[in-house]
Design a binder for this molecule. Structure first.
Ligand code: HEM
Ligand SMILES: [Cu+2]
Length: 643
């Protein structure tokens, strides 16, 4: 902290000022009680979704600043803006944050905001667990981000391979921060996977058979299955590595019979499915957006469902494509090459179905639709370069080169991030009751999209020219200078695009078009039958579904009044009570993590004991629900003009 140089000191000061600022504002406007009652203790899936969204956008900012620092460093040959050590730390935190603390919470934001509304439920199956998942993620993100303030950031890449990460080569504490923060957020993710699978299988409105579910909900099923099966592998890998580091075991240390390759296998058994976890919900979002804005039902519904499920299964048979060059032999490599290429088939089916849905549809180019259209082109290229990488012999040439960097950014940004932004624009009115400004949004989209190609296209070429990933600088004679400079310009254009999104949000809070109908896009699924934002109990009366795209059917046949509540028949509604425990559990996990990072075992175990105490307290709880009185429902429904 004290010996790390002006860049870190400046960040430290900025963090301190921001914290003081936030505390000051909350105190000045007397918002502490509101914050506690309405947000920190909430179990309402819509609010949890909004908190995930805010956190994800903040982390996108942090990860983006990392990206710009790296691209600035690489803009010209022989640059010394960053030291090698600093560059290592930055690509590590960038990768980890983008995948685990940006993409994951962003998909969870969408799960939470949409799924219960879309299936006609009042909340998720386990609202209390849902809050725990959020706070575990939140405090894990805090722990991870604190690493550069206390003791230094991890620097062994987001994959954290031993022996680089064995104690002998990496004294820490950066690596400990990585292991513990990722472990804690991973536990939360497993909870979310279980929660949403249970929600979707158990809480659907009467009549909503599986094959009548909206495609976004289907994509959450697929992603949740992958989460439940994949994250335990990561938990084991991280736990064993932590044991090696903190307690001197030898799971992965070669000298005493351990095998670092085992970590690599465990990591990618999680790591590859992980990229499908973050892309599958994006596929679901595109399906909703394309159908809504083409005013047509989705083309090939059953094949869309089948391809989602197929992708989630195939994703388990490809992990070894991450180490084709490690000498597994031709037969093993062939198996994993063929399996990897097979993913292209169901993905291709989906792309064609989106195109066929648009074909002869009455297409409206709204912002969600622009992001979707840009996604399609990106994903075709990302998919094609993915198949190129899956050709095992060819991969010996471009393994770990910039070609790979360009490929995975094209799928992660052009697929996942575009999808999540499309979803954010699409469901924003449902969350907040107003639309985001289209003009500013177009600026953001155009800048981001052009910036994307300017940034990453040159990197494909750089890969072929021999530039390796994770190089902190390069000599002038390689001929890589021009392309790198262009790439950096692209990165800044994307940064500018992000800035426009921020401006757009701030502007729209004041001037954005209010949504008084609840159905600003003329949507097809149940969430659009509710007012925006939806009341805290969601549905005053649970609908009985008879069709796919039920809300659309009702609108077509002038039967929307069937979903209106009737004053005579309203009954009081049981809703889960707020609880402080999930938040406190997050705090306790934070201190446990902090303790183990610095080998303060007493703090670590004491904090875990508090976690246990909270769990016992919960186990003894008898009444965790309360009844919303009919009067309150009447009043709320009348205020939105639905009675
Ligand atoms: C403005 C957008 C972005 C830019 C300019 C950018 C740039 C970079 C750069 C320069 C690297 C290091 C390459 C190297 O030297 O090896 C990198 C690595 C990486 N990026 Fe990004 N990135 C962006 C967005 C994202 C997003 C959205 C994700 C994930 C959702 C992501 C995931 C990763 C990962 C996993 C790594 C590998 C880290 C490692 O090698 O351990 N990036 N990125
Ligand atoms: Cu993979």
């Amino acid at each position: 902290m004290w010996n790390e140089g002006p860049m870190i000191w400046t960040s430290d000061v900025l963090i301190l000022l921001t914290s003081v600022g936030i505390i000051g504002v909350l105190t000045h406007f007397k918002k502490w009680k509101w914050l506690w009652d309405e947000w920190l203790t909430t179990v309402d899936h819509k609010k949890i979704g909004i908190m995930y969204l805010i956190a994800a956008l903040l982390m996108m900012f942090r990860g983006g600043v990392d990206a710009l620092l790296m691209r600035t460093q690489l803009a010209v040959p022989n640059n010394h803006l960053l030291t090698a050590e600093h560059y290592d730390q930055i690509f590590t935190t960038h990768g980890t944050i983008m995948i685990l603390f940006m993409a994951m919470p962003f998909i969870f934001a969408m799960f939470n905001i949409v799924v219960p509304l879309q299936i006609g439920a009042r909340d998720v199956a386990f609202p209390y667990l849902n809050a725990i998942s959020f706070w575990l993620f939140f405090f894990a993100a805090l722990l991870f981000n604190l690493s550069f303030v206390f003791g230094g950031s991890p620097d062994a890449g987001w994959v954290s391979y031993p022996p680089l990460t064995e104690l002998g080569f990496d004294k820490g504490p950066g690596e400990n921060f990585y292991l513990l923060a990722v472990q804690i957020t991973g536990i939360g993710s497993i909870g979310t996977g279980i929660n949403f699978l249970a929600t979707i299988f158990k809480m659907r409105a009467p009549g909503m058979k599986l094959m009548k579910m909206p495609l976004f909900t289907w994509s959450v099923v697929a992603a949740s299955i992958v989460i439940i099966a994949a994250f335990p592998a990561l938990a084991i890998a991280l736990a064993l590595l932590l044991l090696d580091r903190v307690f001197g075991t030898h799971f992965f240390t070669m000298l005493h019979g351990g095998d670092p390759m085992m970590f690599v296998n465990l990591f990618w058994i999680w790591g590859h499915p992980e990229v499908y976890i973050v892309i599958l919900p994006a596929f679901g979002i595109f399906s909703e957006v394309v159908a809504t804005f083409s005013k047509k039902r989705i083309f090939g519904y059953s094949s869309m469902v089948a391809s989602l499920l197929l992708i989630s299964v195939i994703s388990y048979f490809v992990w070894a494509h991450h180490f084709f060059t490690m000498g597994a032999g031709a037969n093993v490599n062939t198996f994993f090459a063929v399996a990897s290429m097979m993913v292209a088939i169901p993905t291709g089916v989906k792309v064609f179905n989106w195109l066929f849905t648009m074909y002869r549809g009455r297409v409206t180019m709204s912002l969600p639709m622009w992001w979707t259209a840009s996604f399609v082109l990106n994903f075709l290229m990302g998919g094609a370069t993915g198949v190129m990488l899956a050709v095992a012999p060819a991969d010996y040439q471009y393994h770990n080169s910039y070609f790979l960097i360009a490929h995975f950014h094209q799928t992660l940004i052009g697929g996942t991030v575009y999808g999540l932004l499309a979803g954010m624009y699409y469901w924003w009115p449902k969350m907040f009751g107003f639309k985001l400004d289209k003009k500013l949004g177009m600026w953001a989209m155009v800048l981001f999209n052009i910036g994307f190609y300017v940034c990453f296209m040159p990197q494909y070429a750089l890969g072929f020219m021999g530039m390796q990933r994770r190089m902190y600088t390069y000599p002038a004679g390689m001929g890589w200078g021009t392309l790198n400079f262009i790439s950096t310009i692209g990165a800044y254009l994307m940064g500018l695009g992000f800035l426009f999104i921020v401006i757009e949000v701030i502007y729209s809070i004041k001037y954005g078009e209010r949504d008084l109908t609840g159905d600003p896009w003329n949507g097809r699924t149940l969430e659009w039958s509710l007012p925006s934002p939806a009341p805290h109990y969601n549905f005053a009366v649970i609908p009985t579904v008879t069709e796919r795209d039920y809300w659309w059917e009702l609108k077509e046949n002038n039967r929307t009044h069937e979903l209106r509540p009737k004053a005579e028949t309203l009954k009081s509604i049981e809703m889960p009570k707020n609880s402080a425990r999930p938040f406190l559990m997050g705090v306790a996990f934070f201190f446990a993590g902090f303790g183990f990072v610095f080998h303060w075992l007493i703090l670590g175990f004491a904090a875990l004991a508090i976690v246990a105490a909270i769990m016992i307290h919960r186990a003894l709880e008898v009444h965790d629900e309360y009844a919303v009185p009919v009067d309150e429902i009447l009043e709320t429904e009348a205020a939105t003009g639905r009675l």
